[in-house]
Design a protein around this ligand. Structure first.
Ligand code: ADE
Length: 348
């Protein structure tokens, strides 16, 4: 599979979509490539229902010799949406062209992406809820009828010209499925939610990553990392790297036990439930300054000096899932479990 990144919004020269030009996944995803991403569905741990649904759709598309239907992946960050898009391209044996909605600011950005699409290519648009109206409206006929409607000229001489596109698959990813307009959402044939991972899957992911990083962990150390990574592989792998740092400094890369993991976690102020300083600050703000709530998102964000969208889509999902926070029509409220957790942390 070739991976081609599109940074259409920048002034950098466009990378021509030549099949054998293979930028690194780092270039393609904008995140450091650590070589840790699973490449095939069989290597992808967890998300069993998602893998089953997509596995069948891929097999059927290959069998019919067609492009895979458009896929919308949604859910909290760090659960593997980009990885799944890369895995789908690998399974289909096609090129994955990666971009994100903020890079498709001008009409010519999305036009450039679509006119370069090759038969059965997979286009991955991250943060698809951030697409602007013009880009979205260019996508509708492209997704539905494989047609790109271009307006040529201006004012009374303006004309619409249609260009036929080859069959392709759009994979959209979002942390905010509710912010997608319904016309866009309705054009995806497969709409799949990624769930937080269970402990067993996280232990398997930590163990796999440890092997790839060349460090050796006790079963207890593995369980400890899995237990405080907020159900999120990206966090598990990040914590594992921090644990590896401490192990390196102590010359114990091959004897990482639970005690060493605890040292690294307290160094980074991650508690046994996986809450970090930012999470505890949000809970403490509600507890100490709003008597547990309810408080509106905007008020809470302003008090914490945070962006409301980041609070809502990045910080809150795990706190909600853990039953530490509830959303009510009148605002956010702290739960008894959160109060108990804060007291426990103060005492520690
Ligand atoms: N690394 C990060 N996420 C993973 C997953 N779901 N399966 C295997 N390795 C991973």
């Amino acid at each position: 599979m070739a991976i081609v990144s599109s940074n259409a919004g920048s002034s950098a020269p466009r990378r021509e979509p030549v099949l054998d030009a293979q930028p690194s996944p780092e270039e393609a995803t904008g995140r450091p490539d650590d070589g840790l991403r699973p490449k095939r569905l069989d290597d992808y741990i967890g998300q069993d229902e998602l893998k089953q649904v997509l596995g069948i759709a891929v097999q059927a598309a290959i069998g019919r010799g067609e492009a895979l239907d458009h896929v919308l992946l949604y859910g909290p960050p760090g659960l593997g949406k980009t990885t799944m898009a890369l895995v789908l391209a690998e399974e289909l044996g096609v090129t994955c062209r990666i971009t994100s909605a903020p890079a498709l600011e001008r009409p010519r950005d999305i036009v450039g992406l679509l006119v370069n699409v090759q038969p059965r290519d997979l286009l991955f648009i991250d943060e698809i809820h951030r697409l602007n109206r013009v880009a979205e409206e260019l996508l509708y006929p492209a997704m539905e009828d494989r047609r790109l409607d271009l307006t040529v000229g201006k004012g009374s001489t303006a004309r619409t010209r249609s260009l036929d596109l080859p069959p392709f698959t759009l994979v959209g990813a979002t942390t905010k499925a509710g912010s997608l307009s319904s016309p866009l959402r309705d054009r995806f044939g497969l709409i799949q939610r990624l769930e937080f991972y269970g402990l067993e899957d996280l232990e398997a992911i930590v163990s796999r990553t440890a092997d790839l990083l060349g460090v050796s962990l006790s079963a207890g150390a593995c369980r400890r990392i899995a237990g405080c990574c907020r159900g999120t592989p990206r966090i598990a792998n990040r914590l594992l790297r921090r644990v590896r740092d401490v192990a390196c400094v102590q010359g114990r890369q091959n004897q990482i036990d639970e005690g060493l993991v605890s040292q690294a976690l307290s160094l980074h102020r991650v508690d046994h439930r996986g809450l970090d300083a930012g999470d505890r600050r949000l809970l403490a703000q509600l507890d100490q300054h709003h008597d547990g709530g309810p408080v509106g998102l905007e008020t809470l964000a302003a008090a914490l000096g945070e962006d409301p969208t980041t609070l809502e889509s990045v910080v809150e999902p795990f706190l909600l899932q853990q039953g530490l926070l509830v959303r009510t029509p009148r605002g956010r409220m702290l739960t008894e479990a959160a109060r108990a957790h804060l007291r426990e942390q103060e005492a520690a």
